[in-house]
Design a protein around this ligand. Structure first.
Ligand SMILES: Nc1ncnc2c1ncn2[C@@H]1O[C@H](COP(=O)(O)OP(=O)(O)OP(=O)(O)O)[C@@H](O)[C@H]1O
Length: 208
């Protein structure tokens, strides 16, 4: 199993709960607004601590409330891609890509800058500043930064939501290639049934 997640967390007056096991491939988390999809991703990432439960990724326990295990985010080796690309504005694209690479322990690196650039077709963007990129270009760079950080799985929270529907196909193609050619397990939040249909190898409903 790529992801084994059983978590519970109270937020305000709500109880967020998730229990699923996902094989390799791309697992879509769906559910109504406010069901807790982003909170579940944040718990897997280590940004939100569950009240109880267990999170295992590729066989490694990242969180176990009963055993007192709670790895910090930077030791979880997960790449997180948000709705907005969140690139560092003061670094060109090359600097943004290398940022994650330099932070990753040498043994965790499994793709080089040249490989990622070729894989995502972003060579023409390397010397550009983030503010000059389209939403789709910025998202491809964010994917590249996640791949270079030594991630062994990706978390994506509505990565297409801020991209013009007519321009989504390039990113969808990149995500499908990450799924099919790199075999990187992914947890992917979306509201869009067509997007889920196109990308998912498994669907999990949160809060439902
Ligand atoms: N820090 C917080 N304090 C109190 N309540 C919170 C906090 N963070 C989130 N919530 C609540 O927890 C619930 C789950 O939020 P979350 O963003 O995880 O849902 P979601 O399924 O991703 O929603 P959406 O589809 O609208 O993005 C919501 O009702 C939200 O208002």
């Amino acid at each position: 199993m790529s992801f084994e997640v059983e978590v519970r967390r109270t937020l305000g007056d709500r109880m967020i709960e998730a229990c699923f096991a996902a094989p390799s491939g791309l697992t879509v988390l769906r559910g109504v607004s406010g069901a807790g999809k982003t909170s579940v991703l944040n718990m897997v990432a280590g940004l939100l601590t569950p009240d109880q439960g267990r999170i295992i990724v590729n066989g490694q326990t990242l969180f176990d409330g009963a055993a007192g295990t709670n790895l910090p985010p930077h030791r979880r080796r997960l790449g997180y891609v948000f709705q907005d690309a969140r690139l560092f504005p003061h670094m060109r694209v090359r600097g943004n890509l290398l940022y994650g690479y330099r932070l990753a322990p040498v043994d965790d690196r499994w793709m080089t800058l040249d490989e990622v650039v070729a894989f995502l077709g972003i060579a023409p963007l390397l010397d550009r500043w983030p503010r000059s990129l389209s939403g789709g270009e910025a998202q491809r760079v964010a994917l590249g930064r996640a791949l270079l950080s030594g991630a062994r799985a990706l978390l994506m929270d509505e990565p297409l939501a801020s991209i013009d529907p007519a321009r989504r196909s390039g990113i969808i193609e990149a995500i499908l290639r990450i799924r099919n050619e790199l075999s990187l397990p992914m947890l992917y939040v979306t509201h869009d049934p067509a997007e889920a249909e196109q990308l998912a190898t498994q669907l999990v409903t949160i809060g439902g």
